[in-house]
Design a protein around this ligand. Sequence first.
Ligand SMILES: NC(=O)c1ccc[n+]([C@@H]2O[C@H](COP(=O)([O-])OP(=O)(O)OC[C@H]3O[C@@H](n4cnc5c(N)ncnc54)[C@H](OP(=O)(O)O)[C@@H]3O)[C@@H](O)[C@H]2O)c1
Length: 278
Amino acid sequence: MTTHLIIGGTGKTGRRVASLLHDRDFPVTSLSRPSFDWNDPATWSSVERPADSAYLTFAPDLTFPGAPEAVAEVADRMARAGVRRIVLLSGRGEAQAQRAECLVAEAAQRYGASWGTVRCAFFMQNFDESLFAEPLGAGHLAFTAGDVREPFVDLDDVAEVAVAMMLGEAPVNRAYELTGPRLMTFADATADIAAAVGRPIAYEQVTTAHLVADLVDAGLPVDEAGGLAELFGEILDGHNAHVVDGVREALGRPARDFADYAARAVAAGAWNGGEVAS
Ligand SMILES: NC(=O)c1ccc[n+]([C@@H]2O[C@H](COP(=O)([O-])OP(=O)(O)OC[C@H]3O[C@@H](n4cnc5c(N)ncnc54)[C@H](OP(=O)(O)O)[C@@H]3O)[C@@H](O)[C@H]2O)c1
């Protein structure tokens, strides 16, 4: 019996993909540091094993320098070793991410493998499993976005679409562009979270320099903080401010709404005074 390979299986999307596959008794091989490290090409041979499918996530972000070439090289090694379907996690409206998608598709096709892309809007789970969790728990979120609206996507939807492609239950050799059902500002999202938690939470728009300082205070290396702040400016300039129907195309049902996500996160213990939900 072969397996399903997950690169970044401990990450926000990777662990959901692993859990869906486990629930259906499919064997999963999960790779992350130290056995596989994007910063150490000597570890990339760990992906060279036959598998029914692979879920490929890059960290910290596909828009970082060298990322498209790195994912292309890893996809090439997978396909050459006999991985039959490669599904890439990608970002919406980001030129470099779309270049990575093309390179991964070419690598798969070179060896007769199939490919797929989950091309995602800003994750809802960034609010409770990532950078925003602690400030929201403390009652005050400071971020650079102003009036721009974003169709935040639920990672449980993203994982379901990825698994459907990995198992051949949704058509492959294509990208699914995945958004939630509603355009919202970051202040709207904060208000939905405050309503779900049952106490006030303030949203404050701040400068890029302020955000970078906050990210460095939160423990990010300066380069990564600067890169992320630059990325936020690029993706949140209004060009992604439209809802699309990729979740329904892949799964035949509507995408989950932000208010449902916030209620589930609260039930799981999110935003309870600065503790990050596990
Ligand atoms: N955040 C968004 O709103 C958004 C939207 C669209 C697309 N994306 C894309 O999502 C991807 C990030 O996914 P995510 O947010 O789910 O990740 P995440 O939750 O931050 O998890 C990162 C995963 O990668 C692993 N990892 C970290 N550094 C690594 C390294 N140097 N080498 C190998 N593995 C490493 C981590 O495991 P260990 O720490 O155990 O190694 C973990 O499994 C990026 O490529 C980005 O372009 C993000």
